[in-house]
Write a protein that binds this ligand. Sequence first.
Ligand code: DMJ
Length: 488
Amino acid sequence: MKKTWLAASVITCILSGCSTSTSEERYRGSVQANSAPLSAVKGIAAEPALAKEVVEETRRAWHAYRDYAWGYDVLLPLSKKGFNWYENSLGISPIDAYSTLKVMGLNEEAKEVEDYALAQDWNKDQYVQVFEVNIRILGGLLAIYELGGNPKILAKAVDFADRLLPAFNSPTGLPYHSVNLKTGEVAGDKGQGEGTTINVAQAATYLFEFGILSYYSQDPKYYQAAKKATKAIYERRSEIGLPGEVINVETGEWEGTQWHHLQAGVDAYYEYMYKSWMILPDPEIKAIWDDSKAKIDRYLTDDFNGHRFYSIVDMRTGKILKRSVSLYDAFFPAIQAISGDIENAEKTQQSWHWLWQKYGLLPTRYHYGEDRIEYANSELNPEIVESAYYLHQLTGKEEYLDMIKTYWADMKACCRNDTAFNSVEDVRTMEPKDYLATYFYAETLKYFYVAFAGSEAFNFDDYIFNTEAHPFLRKSFDADKAKTYLGY
Ligand code: DMJ
C-alpha cells in the first residue's frame, strides 16, 4: 500500500493544529462580491439543559441502531430491524454518525464506529450512487480522520475515493451516476434517460471532500476531478448565466426540462462552491460562486404573498415556471448568511419558519404559489435547523435559538418513539413512517446539539461542515499548502 505521501507534517498539523494563513476580515452589512465569511457573535445565549437532552436522545437513538440494525445501512425504528441501500451494506449510518457522536463526547460509541470503519472492505462488486456515498461515506471517513487522526482511516478514505474516480472518466469530466466499487464499471440511474444523465447536484458536489482528500494525501487528482466537474456545469450555463437541472455526462447537453432552481437536485452544487473556498481558497471557484450568487439573486428570488422563496425558473429566460419548494432548499439561508448576505438570509429563514409553524414539520414539497402540499412526508431533515443555527451564531439574535427550540420540541412531539425517532408519511396527520435517515444521525441531531451547547462546547468559527454536517477544523488547512496539494 502506497502510504509515503502521508507526510508527518500533515499528521502533526491535523492532530495538534497548525496556523491558518487565511486572514478573515470581519465583514457585516450589504452583500459584497468578494466578501470574507462572517464570524460568530461572541457571548450569545445557549441552552445547556437542552444540549444535554439532545446528547441523551442521540445516545438512545444510536443504541437503537446498534441493538436492531448493527451492520445495516439504516435503522427501521418501528419494525426494529435494519435495511440496506444496496445488496450489501456499506455501513452508512455508523460512518455518517461518527462525527456527531464525537462532537457530543460519546467517545466509546465513536471508537466503536472507527473500528467498524477500519474493518470495512470496499472491494465490493456493487454499484453505488457516487453523489450519495461521497457525502456520507467519503465525507464520514474524512471526518473520522480529521477528528480522530488515525492514518489507517485516511488510507480507507483514499481506497474508497480511488474506487469512485472511474465514474469521472466521461467525455465531459462529469461523473456517471453510479460506479461499481470493485470493477470501476459505470452505470446510470435506473429510469433516468439512457443511463448517462444526472442532475446538477449529482454532477458537481465533490469540491469539498475531494479537496480535503487532496490536501491530506497531497495528491491533486481528487480535487482536479471535482473541479473539472464543477466547471463542466458552470461552463454550460445559458446566455443569462443559469445552468439547467439534468445533464448528459457524455454529450454535455442539458436534457429533460429547461428548469433551474436551487432545490434538491441542484442545492449542494452551490453549497460546495462557497464552503470549499472557505477552507481551500481556490480563487477560480470563488469567482464562480460570486457570479452564481448574483444570478440566483437576480433570477430565482421570489417575494410572493409576503414570503421569500427561491423559485423554479426557465434557465434560458429566468421566467418563473413554478412556485414550488422542497424542504432541502432550507439550506440556503445558512450559505447566504455565512457568505455575508445576512439580510436575504433572514428573510428566507422567516419564510421557512412560517411554513414549519403551519404544520409542525416541513413537508418534502410545498407549492407556495397555490398554498398546497405536493409531497407530504418528512424524514426529519436538518436544513431548517442548520440555517437557524448559522443565523443565531452570525447575528446573535435569540429569535433563531427560539426557532431551534420549537423545531426540537415539535420533532420530539411528532416523532420520538420507544426505540429512537421515526419519519412521517404525512405532516398533516403525523402518520409514522418506518425509516430513520442516516442524516438524522449525521446532521439533524448534530445541529440541535451545537446550537444548544454554546461556543465553549463547539465553536462555530472553528469549523466548516460538509453537506452531511461532517465538521472540519479550519485551522487544519493552510492556504499556501492547499495551492500545492490541490494543484491550483
Ligand atoms: C443530506 O443528505 C445532504 O445535506 C444533502 O446535500 C441533501 N440533503 C440531505 C438531508 O436532507
